[in-house]
Design a protein around this ligand. Structure first.
Ligand SMILES: [Zn+2]
Length: 540
């Protein structure tokens, strides 16, 4: 006897991402799984009077999005603190107004912790966010604000004084960097690791939980039902475990631990071995995936490690936040322990370091061909590096949303010529390299349409061409990057990423015609409905 569906989505144009059967008109769902994927007529056989039927009226639908690289831990904290993204970052004045407003509501002397400024987006030009500027908005509160890239922070004079961040501190902490004005004086901007030296009170578990639940809603509104947390923090991991016990964790989270700091780079993979913690351990909603390494900074912040200097700064080749020897040792330990690794490498010098670590592991006998090891961001790889990525059977988490959201700052930093083959989606595809796309939220908005628009049009937020269209791909390949390839990277392709009988019923329905809107409107395509495990978790 045929099983009957609890929910039927019919009269749609489903893009299944399955090669054998790329389109369908209906999906029938039972117990959170896809019972049937096919024609509207064929689906009728799976219904009875108890089946809820939703007529999609010809709307386009696809597997729900999987975000292969975001930071829910950080985003939950952003939500619990002062978020200066969006309209507040349009000008220096708007940024200061946003801080002033918070200062007015905060008892004097209490910390204000903020994030999300981007001076390259200021209408009045790239005014540096210095302590002098910040003092104007919050003279009586210690204030620290992270730049949108997460690699730089700025603080006011009171924060520097309370934190003891001065010349002596920098001399004693060579891993910390201070930026300077034209007279050589510290201007209040520092590398992000300085922030952790400040005596900022921790965000309470309650606030963090509230923050995460908001984040979960935002992901669902954007059609995302699964995401990596690329550097889970212990405080959020506790919250996530509590929410899972209480059955309130819905967004699936694939957990990566940062293995970056000197103390952890070796000891964490060791711990994985001791505890026999292998990739995939955990539950459907919350599972351990691997270790994440940082190698360089950001292109917009001119800290990514590049082989040709930044425009107008002949001595600036970016910088490393790790070294080859330590990375090799740690990556080898992780791979031998059966754990996937993901290495943040933006500039070509950092990509080189990442590939050498994998080659070193291979040459030392590690077999990681089944681990789906990752290189993250991959902004400007050379042809030779792409060949080695293929040979090493690596996968790529390409931050294509940077093209739209941060592309203008890339053009200023390294110029158009270098960007022709930046984020080389087309070349990766031609080489058969699994390549998923991402927004690195909270670096960019968690809206996959921006990453898709970026891949197809290669156009920035200000409408500039981003190195031309040699690396552009069509909208189906772009969608595949956010579904099928992303599920592969996060080790959940057995249950997600395509619409196929037996897989989990995770579906996104678009309000606008994804297949036919003009290219330049792809970024505006709205989500009408998000379904996760057969449950409607968002409806516009
Ligand atoms: Zn990231």
């Amino acid at each position: 006897m045929k099983q009957t569906a609890e929910l039927l989505l019919t009269n749609g144009r489903f893009l299944t991402m399955e090669d054998a059967c790329p389109t369908a008109e209906a999906v029938a769902i039972r117990a959170g799984k896809l019972l049937y994927v096919g024609t509207a007529d064929g689906a009728k056989a799976y219904t009875d009077e108890n089946t809820e039927v939703i007529d999609l009226e010809g709307r386009v639908a696809a597997p729900a999005f999987t975000e292969c690289h975001t930071h829910p831990s950080d985003y939950a904290k952003v939500m619990a603190q002062l978020n200066c993204r969006g309209k507040h970052t349009q000008s220096a004045e708007a940024l200061l107004a946003c801080i002033r407003e918070r200062a007015a509501q905060t008892p004097k002397g209490e910390w204000i912790v903020a994030s999300g400024y981007d001076e390259t987006k200021f209408r009045e030009g790239p005014i540096p966010v210095t302590s002098e500027l910040l003092d104007k908005a919050a003279p009586e509160h210690p204030l620290v604000i992270s730049r949108i890239c997460g690699h730089i922070c700025a603080m006011n004079s009171m924060a520097m004084r309370i934190g003891g961040i001065d010349e002596a501190f920098l001399a004693a902490n060579p891993a910390c960097t201070g930026f300077r004005d034209e007279n050589g004086r510290l201007n209040g901007q520092f590398s992000s690791n300085v922030r952790s030296q400040l005596p900022i009170p921790a965000v309470s578990a309650e606030r963090l939980e509230e923050g995460f639940l908001k984040v979960q809603e935002i992901y669902f509104q954007n059609g995302v039902t699964t995401s990596a947390d690329m550097s889970v923090k212990p405080d959020l991991l506790s919250v996530l475990q509590k929410l899972e016990r209480e059955k309130r964790l819905k967004l699936r989270i694939g957990v990566y631990y940062s293995a970056n700091t000197k103390a952890f780079s070796v000891s964490r993979p060791n711990a994985a071995e001791t505890l026999c913690l292998k990739t995939g351990f955990g539950s459907e909603r919350l599972r351990f995936l691997g270790f994440k390494y940082f190698l360089d900074g950001s292109m917009g912040g001119k800290t990514a490690a590049v082989s040709v200097p930044y425009l107008g700064e002949p001595d600036n080749f970016g910088r490393f936040e790790n070294n080859q020897e330590r990375l090799n040792e740690s990556v080898l330990l992780a791979l031998n322990a059966g754990v996937q690794t993901a290495i943040h490498a933006i500039g070509d010098r950092a990509i080189e370091m990442a590939l050498r670590a994998y080659e070193n592991a291979r040459d030392n006998g590690a077999d990681f061909s089944a681990l789906r090891c990752r290189v993250e961001h991959l902004e400007i790889p050379s042809e030779d590096q792409i060949r080695r990525i293929r040979e090493l059977k690596l996968a790529v988490g390409l931050s294509s949303a940077f093209i739209y959201s941060l592309g203008d700052s890339h053009i200023t930093a390294i110029g158009q010529e270098w960007l022709r083959h930046a984020f080389p989606m087309k070349t990766l595809t031609e080489n058969g390299i699994p390549a998923a796309c991402n927004c690195d939220c909270p670096v960019c908005d968690v809206n996959p349409m921006l990453g898709i628009y970026s891949m197809v049009t290669r156009t920035t937020a200000r409408g500039q061409s981003f190195g031309g269209k040699e690396e552009s791909v069509d909208r189906i390949r772009a969608l595949q990057a956010y579904t099928k390839d992303a599920a592969y990277l996060l080790w959940c392709d057995d249950m997600l990423g395509t619409l196929k009988e037996g897989k989990n019923a995770d579906v996104v329905v678009f309000e606008d015609d994804y297949l036919n809107v003009p290219e330049e409107r792809l970024k505006d395509v709205r989500v009408a409905m998000t379904v996760q495990n057969g449950e409607i978790v968002y409806r516009a």
